[in-house]
Design a protein around this ligand. Structure first.
Ligand SMILES: Nc1ncnc2c1ncn2[C@@H]1O[C@H](COP(=O)(O)OP(=O)(O)OP(=O)(O)O)[C@@H](O)[C@H]1O
Ligand SMILES: [Mg+2]
Length: 252
């Protein structure tokens, strides 16, 4: 099998902007503290994903999952290390990313599909399918700035799944969808997986990760601390200690 994603000793550093006022800056300096401290959001992360694998990327809030997805999708560059990907990438990282609030749902479909590399003919051909999947036909000509967060997620997801990508990445966007839409999305993601495409799925929902992924990576404060089965990843994170771990699951 060919490699789809290769991350080689990838690090990303961010600056913590803490002391904004002059007074706080001076106080910080007087105490020998730098006004702006930096920290490693990703610390020499190394792993390889083969074509056709479906990877669950797990970890607590702030552990670096979205940052890693941004590096994989190319929206951000690592400070050091290499990120190599093979083929086209589509998906959804932030629910509102790529949307223009003043444009209508219809216009945003064209805008987002074009960003994903679709031609106008292709978008025209897939337009009805996209709208149908989103279930927001009634609001298609309203500005998306007035959409609810669930409606944003519906539109973004529908456009993303219509792209013929080799790698599909998805970041916790299902969390804002209602249960019927979530079911539809999980079914669609499984279809993508069964087509042999590569998936990187970020979710705190262990049931969903178990249903979709055949391998999991765990990030802890920017460090990749686990690479193995989903079951063991859940155990490592102690997510299986929760009484309500399956509360969101239900049968799909
Ligand atoms: N552009 C940025 N500038 C500064 N700090 C950032 C930036 N983006 C992310 N961070 C920080 O990097 C760390 C990792 O953030 P990231 O969004 O990757 O976490 P996450 O694992 O996706 O968390 P969550 O589960 O809450 O979505 C956090 O401490 C966050 O505050
Ligand atoms: Mg995130």
């Amino acid at each position: 099998m060919a490699d789809a994603i290769v991350c080689e000793s990838v690090s990303k550093r961010f600056t913590l902007r803490e002391s904004r006022t002059l007074k706080r800056r001076l106080v910080a300096r007087a105490h020998g503290r730098e006004a702006n401290r930096s920290f490693l959001a990703l610390d020499t992360v190394t792993f390889t994903v083969e074509q056709g694998e479906s990877i669950g990327l797990m970890g607590l809030n702030g552990s670096g999952k979205s940052t890693l997805l941004k590096l994989i999708s190319g929206v951000m560059r690592p400070d050091s290390g290499d990120v190599l990907t093979r083929g086209a990438i589509a998906g959804l990282i932030e629910v509102t990313a790529g949307f223009h609030p003043q444009l209508s749902g219809r216009e945003n479909i064209y805008l987002n599909a074009a960003i994903l590399g679709m031609s106008e003919t292709e978008i025209n051909r897939k337009f009805d399918e996209i709208v149908d999947f989103s279930g927001i036909e009634k609001f298609l000509d309203a500005p998306v700035g007035n959409y609810s967060s669930g409606m944003y997620a519906r539109l973004g997801f529908s456009v993303a799944v219509s792209a013929e990508s080799d790698i599909f990445i998805i970041d916790e966007v299902l969390a804002v969808g209602d249960p019927p839409f979530k079911k539809k999305c999980i079914r669609r993601i499984k279809e993508i997986r069964d087509q042999g495409r590569t998936i990187v799925f970020v979710s705190h929902n262990t049931t969903q990760v178990q249903r979709i992924c055949n391998r999991a990576l765990v990030l802890e404060q920017g460090v990749l601390t686990f690479d193995g089965t989903v079951k063991d990843a859940i155990h490592k994170l102690r997510y299986d200690d929760e009484d309500d771990v399956d509360a969101e699951g239900g049968e799909l």
